[in-house]
Design a protein around this ligand. Structure first.
Ligand SMILES: [Fe+2]
Ligand SMILES: [Fe+2]
Length: 474
């Protein structure tokens, strides 16, 4: 089903047939635009950006590219097609027809799940709102804005679910999603990582590589939901999310490429010399990786969680690729390994798998992050540079769960408060590191030009050349 763009709210859910819902969403729309104008990308109202817009949700042709002024972007509601005969695939309702309406007993839990996911979408736009001013190229600026408009659409998708299935409470939650602000002392976003600043492009690329990847895994788990509208919503969001991950992974890869070229050319690995030449030394990149990885890891919650168990048993949130897993999909007697700290030793113990679903999803994410790190490591390898990036231990710099009260080194050694205080500057970005990265940020907005600290991409967007005019200023 293709999407009718002559409608006030483009959609593929036959919104016109439900006047009450249509009116409610049309009432929310101006509030959304006010939020975009206030908190969306700074000083970009008249810029024309080469953006893709979904014109249908078919795998073959959902991305259409053209110049768009962002306030005119056609945000809307797109759900993946309904699968005939879909059933609940796990938990105590396994085998029953998937729910098209919210089951009464799960109403408040489902609403909370949707609101928590929905809140991350506008939060990231807020976190990134100033980055356009310091873009390393037009190509990168365009990618940032693509991510931003799609996070805006993800908010639309979640607000549609709230309006369509949660009545008055849902509408109130929809308004509250536009009222919270990332980093606000009085009314912050729900999750901690979404209240951190994204002050520079290194942070932005790390965020899209690591934190958008948390989004991928959360959405994938919700795409398994027995509540079919949530599943269909998340399935389409996942297709958009893939580009966000690409932006992050390729962005960092291009920074590594540039640094390694300068290292090879000048035969040095001295951070001070490299910084003087205007590139980001590899140990600093590792510190940013440590930071974003540990902060994002906390988003999965505690290793052992009775909430996660009931989300699963009730059929609300599955495991990553649930239907591809070859077990009973009930987990009545299955076990799963989690870490435990005994004195200053870390051991592995087996716990009921149902209670360890947060940890399992975190592990799936870790594997996926590691895949990206392995690809990054090919860059120094090719240039004969011995440096390799590595993920810190799972317990490093954690605030939530079994490691929350402890200090661990990146290698996973339990250390004292004093040792942490002494060493953490070697492991996490310091004020000086951040100030240095900040000092490199200057706007490069001429087609085909790139900031000194990042290599051009191998190819452009949608088969356009790298020096294409991805953003036009008027
Ligand atoms: Fe998103
Ligand atoms: Fe995203």
């Amino acid at each position: 089903m293709s999407i009718d763009y002559s409608q006030k709210i483009p959609n593929n859910v036959d919104l016109a047939s439900n006047k009450t819902l249509q009116r409610a969403l049309e009432h929310w729309q101006p509030a959304y635009l006010d939020w975009w104008n206030e908190m969306g990308p700074d000083k970009t109202t008249t810029a024309e950006v080469y953006l893709r817009t979904a014109i249908s949700v078919d795998p073959s042709g959902w991305a259409h590219f053209d110049y768009v002024r962002m306030p005119d972007y056609r945000w809307g509601i797109f759900l993946a097609p309904q699968e005939a005969g879909r059933v609940v695939n796990f938990g105590e309702h396994k085998g029953q027809a998937a729910w098209q309406e919210v089951p009464g007993e799960y109403r408040s839990t489902l609403r909370r799940i949707i609101v928590t996911q929905g809140d991350t979408e506008p939060a990231s736009v807020e976190q990134q709102r100033h980055l356009g001013m310091t873009c390393p190229s037009l190509y990168d600026m365009r990618n940032l804005f693509q991510v931003n408009v799609e996070e805006g659409r993800h908010l639309w998708a979640m607000v549609y679910l709230l309006h369509a299935h949660f009545g008055r409470d849902g509408r109130e939650e929809g308004e509250a999603l536009l009222e919270r602000r990332s980093g606000d002392a009085d009314n912050p976003r729900i999750l901690t990582a979404f209240n951190e600043k994204t002050p520079d492009w290194l942070s932005f690329f790390m965020f899209t590589f690591i934190t958008d990847r948390d989004g991928k895994f959360q959405l994938a788990a919700l795409a398994e939901s027995g509540f079919d509208p949530l599943s269909r919503t998340c399935r389409f969001m996942l297709t958009e999310e893939a580009h966000h991950l690409f932006v992050g992974e390729s962005g960092i890869s291009r920074i590594i490429q540039r640094t390694c070229e300068v290292m090879a050319q000048h035969k040095t690995d001295d951070p001070a010399k490299l910084r003087a030449m205007g590139v980001i030394d590899l140990p600093t990149l590792q510190k940013y990786l440590n930071f974003h990885y540990s902060v994002t890891s906390d988003l999965y919650g505690a290793e052992i969680s009775s909430n996660a168990a009931s989300f699963y048993t009730n059929g609300l949130k599955g495991r990553y690729e649930e239907t591809k897993l070859g077990d009973d999909h009930r987990l009545d007697s299955a076990e799963y390994p989690v870490m435990e700290v005994v004195g200053d030793r870390i051991i592995t113990k087996h716990v009921p798998a149902l209670t360890a679903l947060n940890e399992r999803l975190r592990d799936d994410w870790v594997k996926d992050v590691q895949g990206g790190i392995d690809r990054w490591n090919k860059v120094p390898e090719k240039l004969g540079i011995p440096f390799r990036f590595a993920l810190p231990h799972k317990g490093f710099h954690r605030k939530i769960g079994i490691f929350g009260e402890l200090h661990l080194s990146p290698e996973g050694k339990v250390i004292s408060e004093a040792e942490w205080t002494h060493k953490h500057r070697d492991w996490l970005p310091t004020e000086e590191d951040r100030a240095f990265v900040q000092s490199l940020m200057g706007r490069v907005a001429e087609p085909g030009k790139f900031a000194n600290w990042i290599s051009p991409p191998a190819r452009g967007i949608n088969n356009q050349p790298v020096d294409f005019e991805y953003v036009r200023f008027n």
